[in-house]
Design a protein around this ligand. Structure first.
Ligand code: DC
Length: 242
């Protein structure tokens, strides 16, 4: 089974995806980390961020690998061509560089192919921007997770402070979130949008535990009764509440 979790930056996708994977005993795949790793390698190689051919070449030929930290059930360590970039891909420089890199069709083509190969190997929670629309249009469960810009900026600042990486300046983080939303939603290739059959969950005022519980419920229902899952989708979607 594939559980696709899409949504804008800072909506809580990573936290939710990892918790759902743990709860259901699924593997997890953070596709944003793959785009970030390619952006890191491009900066490292001094590649022009608008040189589509060169970026595509990196995405095709530099192997990206996810590894487990000792004692952790889900992978969090990210490597590209053997370089450990786990922390390096979370800086503001990469937040900025990753937008043009992820808008490049040759990069998307190469990474989507790898994502499909990984996901088809078993039960996966896959998070990103185009998972339910492009990468796994037949995913059994599709969630579009969102929250207000301000709430997402607050969460990102808290997360950066905890990790000790990235900016903790609220205004700077908010401006970057808005810039990336605009970029991700307006790019020509695979723009950020909910799949037609996705459940929309707005987590602005919804505790993260509730988001996680709803997705797990949906996945379990899908396994035991696909028709019941369709009915459930309608009742838990935030859009219906408004
Ligand atoms: O989820 P994230 O912030 O780590 O993603 C980093 C960037 O990669 C973000 O600007 C959008 C892009 N991205 C994408 O275009 N498609 C995906 N499936 C995942 C991320």
């Amino acid at each position: 089974m594939i559980i696709a979790i899409d949504g804008p930056s800072g909506a809580g996708k990573s936290t939710v995806a990892r918790a759902v994977a743990k709860e259901l005993n699924f593997a997890s795949l953070d596709t944003g980390a793959m785009y970030r790793a390619v952006a890191w390698q491009a900066l490292e190689n001094g590649v022009d961020l608008h040189d589509g051919e060169a970026l595509g070449e990196i995405a095709r030929t530099y192997p990206i690998e996810f590894r487990h930290f000792e004692g952790e059930p889900l992978p969090r360590q990210v490597l590209i061509a053997e370089s450990d970039v786990t922390d390096a891909i979370r800086t503001l420089a990469i937040d900025k560089a990753v937008s043009p890199v992820s808008a490049e069709p040759l990069v998307r083509e190469a990474l989507v192919e790898q994502q499909r190969r990984i996901g088809h190997a078993g039960d996966y929670v896959v998070e990103g921007r185009d998972i339910g629309t492009v990468v796994f249009p037949d995913a059994e469960v599709k969630v579009f997770l969102t929250a207000s810009d301000e709430e997402r900026a607050h969460r990102r600042v808290r997360q950066n402070a905890e990790r000790g990486i990235g900016s903790t300046d609220y205004d700077e983080v908010l401006a970057d979130i808005r810039r990336r939303d605009d970029y991700d939603s307006s790019r020509a290739t695979s723009p950020l949008r909910p799949a037609e059959d996705a459940v929309i969950l707005d987590s602005t005022d919804m505790p993260i535990e509730e988001v996680i519980a709803k997705i797990c419920l949906l996945a379990r229902e899908k396994r035991s009764s696909p028709a019941g899952a369709d009915a459930l989708k309608k009742t838990i979607s935030s859009q219906k509440k408004a």
